[in-house]
Design a binder for this molecule. Structure first.
Ligand SMILES: Cc1cc2nc3c(=O)[nH]c(=O)nc-3n(C[C@H](O)[C@H](O)[C@H](O)COP(=O)(O)OP(=O)(O)OC[C@H]3O[C@@H](n4cnc5c(N)ncnc54)[C@H](O)[C@@H]3O)c2cc1C
Length: 405
């Protein structure tokens, strides 16, 4: 291979590019991204960037010049032709074609767009640095904020806005925020932390539309029960979808992101790998297909995918107990593994706002999640990776703390 194109220059793409060099690839590496600036720590978009605790400079992800990466930024990928090994791109300079010998697909995901009237000022979705900078300006002057969707991003923004002294309402369609992901015990614990700090959580409510105020600015959200929540700023945080639009004519399976095998090789293509939020791969650890939207997973997959492209990968596949964190009200929530399909959740530790919960399926540990308990969560990593029995976990826990049965 002489030329490798990395499509998407964020966590997964940059990690792949670095690994290509580390593994000895001396050819051309072209990093293509539609955002005009270089990579940045995307998780700050719903955290420090909103209240000015971090600035754009401090969240930039840098790399040494010696890596010799060709930056093709401000350039949108529009199509992939697998037969001719060409990518179609467009930028301010017009349309062009990029040839490649190897390709890393790492275009991540996009925020699901608001189903409401987007003409109103003060209505946001959050995915990029420019989304955050635009929202921050409005947030500074706002008295009240409504957040549609009680997922991680919605709750992180609720915490930031509350700390800025705003009146904050989170609107969630299910019976509790994060209940589907973390189960009722953990979810209720988090809901309690938010309510304690003055966030209004309205559950089992549906938004029918947005209310317009003077000057085409948003004034609030209307609910199905006929009531309304006033707001100067509305965040629509209703999830994300893989950024596969540019692959529509490629012939690849895009049912849920880009379909890969256990080694992140894209099904139906030669010398093409995928990594990060866009990759749906067979995780040998859980014996199931997964697509994970976490920062650490993206960087780890990027490195593995690069080795795969060069034929230097671990033949067992990308075996992973995915890790993520979320910062809310100055506390850190962390999780290792997957809660998907768990049939049991045990409280391992609970003291004040600190909590550790173990999730298992058919008696095997699949995940440990905690809040304000990073060291404890990390200490179970090996057991989650090895799919230890729940009983083994209980023995350890009995030595140190109570376990709820
Ligand atoms: C607001 C927010 C907060 C988050 N907080 C956390 C957190 O606290 N902890 C955690 O573990 N994870 C968090 N995440 C998730 C984490 O940021 C992602 O998992 C990670 O960024 C995925 O990296 P990626 O490289 O796969 O994709 P992305 O970061 O989405 O990058 C994809 C890149 O591809 C580019 N691209 C897409 N389509 C095209 C195209 N057609 N042409 C050219 N370029 C294109 C995009 O511009 C983008 O730069 C958060 C995500 C968001 C949005």
């Amino acid at each position: 291979m002489d030329t490798i194109v990395v499509a998407g220059a964020s966590a997964a793409g940059l990690s792949a590019a670095r690994q290509l060099r580390k593994s000895g690839f001396a050819g051309s590496i072209q990093l293509v991204d539609e955002e005009p600036h270089g990579p940045y720590r995307r998780p700050e978009v719903s955290k420090g960037l909103l209240n000015g605790q971090v600035d754009t400079n401090s969240i930039a992800v840098r790399w040494p010049d010696e890596l010799g990466l060709e930056q093709v930024f401000g350039t949108r990928l529009t199509a992939l032709d697998l037969q001719s090994r060409e990518l179609h791109i467009t930028s301010d300079s017009g349309a062009a074609v990029l040839g490649f010998d190897g390709l890393v697909i790492a275009t991540g995901a996009r925020a699901r767009q608001t189903p409401f009237d987007t003409e109103l000022r003060g209505v946001y979705t959050l995915r990029t640095l420019s989304d955050a900078m635009a929202m921050r300006e409005d947030l500074d002057h706002a008295a009240s904020v409504a957040i549609v969707g009680g997922g991680f991003i919605g709750l992180e923004v609720a915490a930031v806005a509350r700390a800025m002294g705003k009146s904050v309402t989170v609107l969630e369609t299910s019976d509790r925020p994060l209940g589907r992901v973390l189960g009722p015990v953990f979810a209720d614990h988090i809901a309690g932390i938010h309510r304690e700090r003055g966030v209004e959580l309205l559950c089992e409510v549906a938004v029918t539309g947005l209310l317009a105020g003077p000057g085409n600015a948003v004034a609030g959200v209307a609910l199905t029960d006929g009531t309304a929540v006033e707001a100067d700023v509305v965040l629509v945080a209703v999830g994300s979808a893989p950024a596969v639009d540019w692959l529509a004519s490629s012939g690849l399976d895009l049912t849920d992101g880009v379909l890969c095998d256990a080694t992140l090789a894209v099904e139906g293509a030669q010398d093409v790998v995928a990594a990060g939020d866009i990759a749906s791969w067979w995780n040998p650890l859980y014996g199931r297909r997964m697509r994970v939207e976490h920062w650490t997973n993206a960087t780890e997959q990027g490195a593995y995918a690069a080795r795969r492209l060069l034929g230097l990968h671990d033949m067992n596949g990308f075996v992973s107990a995915p890790y993520f964190w979320s910062d809310q009200h100055g506390m850190r929530l962390q999780s290792i593994g997957t809660t998907i399909g768990h049939d049991r959740a045990d409280i391992v530790e609970c003291a004040g706002e600190r909590l550790v919960v173990a999730y298992s399926r058919e008696g095997r540990l699949t995940c440990v999640a905690g809040i304000n308990s990073g060291t404890a969560v990390q200490s179970y990593r090996k057991m989650v990776l090895e799919g230890e029995t729940r009983d083994a976990m209980r023995n350890i826990s009995d030595a140190t703390a109570d376990i709820a049965r």
